[in-house]
Design a protein around this ligand. Structure first.
Ligand code: PSV
Ligand code: MN
Length: 424
């Protein structure tokens, strides 16, 4: 649907203004530093979840824009379009059982033809599936009944096996378990059960795998969640072993939480495993990355960059994934906007004058420290992001090409105008 010819043609049309912007920025930032930033942006890859490509909306209603993918192959095709245009989305994260591969080798081949690899596989014990013997209504890995816990443990083991067949190397566990009313749950027993269940799943991990433990303070339960915060996740990860890490989903925090400090703390402990990007105004994790709080995103990346460059605790490479709902937008455009926001924040963080910042901190020069951050944050680094994409063979302006090539219209012609996607 996107051929290199189209990308090249469009790139030529906007090459001149882009080159001018880039030249200006390179003079300002310096050739070496500019090239270093562009190289790092080129290398950055973020996974697209297989559930992000369907009809948008909320749990109250979904509104199809047509042409949505119905099968795992079509979902991969959509990610292939995003990757061809951005060169930054070379991985998919599958949710099981929403996207069980019918034939692992065939799915792998399809992905590989699109230059897509398999990032973390996600288990699902927050919904009951057809024919499932025991319900998760009152929890899964923390459930009061051993048999229900075992069913959820076995599901996670099966997800690991499916991931192995695809070449994935990590499992993400998001545990929805919790309670909606005071008194409903014995907090300590629920935590103990969760620890034991996670340890059993951990025992099934291949040596070269990692397990990511996601936390969330509320939803779907509204009084308590068993893994409510990073501290609980870290405690469980430490109890499991070296291959277990905490996963930070930006939307899983109460308003005004200092997420950048959480990032710093987890990296200090060498236990930050992965990241789910999104944004929110009031709560939840539904909006396009960088659409509401771009400064916070920059501050988070500032800690990530510092943590990656100063890593005595051997924090592993991070698993990056977009986990947002596009709501009213074309999912593919929304994902490309998210990728752009991530790369811009990353570029800004790479721009921070670290030695001057450390010096300002040594002298307790608060104003200067703030000025140094602002200098990086307020620089328009979009030409670096565009250049990184274009060098890699992507589009200088991905959404521009996507619209010019009328990709959505073609998808609708091919797949129909009704909503067909599975997932949340
Ligand atoms: C839960 O809100 C979450 O962030 C988890 O990562 C899930 O797997 C994903 O969203 C999809 O519901
Ligand atoms: Mn998430």
């Amino acid at each position: 649907m996107i051929d290199t010819g189209k990308i090249n043609k469009h790139n030529q049309e906007i090459l001149s203004p882009h080159t001018k912007d880039l030249d200006y920025l390179k003079v300002k930032v310096g050739e070496d530093k500019s090239n270093e930033i562009i190289d790092k942006l080129r290398a950055f890859q973020v996974a697209i979840p297989s559930w992000a490509l369907g009809a948008g909306g909320t749990r109250f209603g979904r509104f199809s824009i047509g042409g949505e993918p119905a099968t795992i192959y079509e979902k991969l095709d959509d990610i292939g379009i995003i990757h061809a245009l951005t060169q930054s989305a070379g991985a998919v994260s599958l949710h099981i059982p929403w996207d069980i591969p019918d034939d692992a080798e065939k799915v792998k081949r399809h992905a590989s033809d699109l230059d897509i690899t398999f990032d973390a596989v996600n288990s699902n014990t927050f919904q009951d599936q057809n024919g499932q013997p025991l319900s998760y209504k009152f929890g899964s890995l923390s459930h009061v009944q051993k048999l229900t816990r075992q069913q959820a443990i076995d599901h996670n083991k099966e997800v690991i096996d499916i991931g192995r067949a695809l070449g994935s190397q990590s499992l993400t566990v998001w545990l929805a378990d919790g309670s909606s009313f005071p008194g409903q749950l014995n907090f300590r027993k629920a935590l103990e059960n969760t620890k034991t269940s996670l340890s059993e799943i951990y025992g099934h991990l291949p040596d070269d795998w990692k397990m990511y433990i996601e936390y969330k303070p509320y939803e779907p339960y509204f009084y308590s969640t068993v893994i409510q915060d990073w501290g609980t996740s870290l405690m469980l990860a430490e109890a499991c072993g070296d291959k277990a890490h905490t996963l930070v989903d930006l939307g899983h925090h109460l308003p005004n939480t200092n997420i950048e400090q959480i990032v710093a703390t987890l990296m200090y402990k060498g236990r930050l495993g992965g990241f789910h990007f999104n944004d929110s105004k009031y709560g939840d994790d539904d909006l396009t990355v960088g659409s509401i709080k771009p400064y916070q995103l920059f501050l988070i990346f500032n800690e990530l960059v510092y943590g990656m460059d100063n890593n005595p605790s051997n924090n592993p490479d991070l698993a990056w994934m977009i986990d947002a709902s596009h709501n009213l937008k074309d999912p593919l455009e929304d994902l490309m906007q998210s990728i752009d926001a991530i790369l811009i924040a990353y570029a800004q963080a790479l721009m921070v004058d670290r030695s001057s910042l450390e010096q300002a901190r040594e002298y307790n020069d608060v104003s200067l420290a703030q000025e140094i951050l602002h200098e990086a944050y307020r620089s328009d680094l979009r030409p670096f992001v565009r250049e990184a994409r274009s060098i890699a063979g992507g589009a200088i302006d991905p959404i521009g090409v996507y619209r010019k090539a009328e990709v959505r219209k073609k998808l609708i012609d091919k797949r129909g105008s009704g909503s067909r996607a599975t997932g949340l």
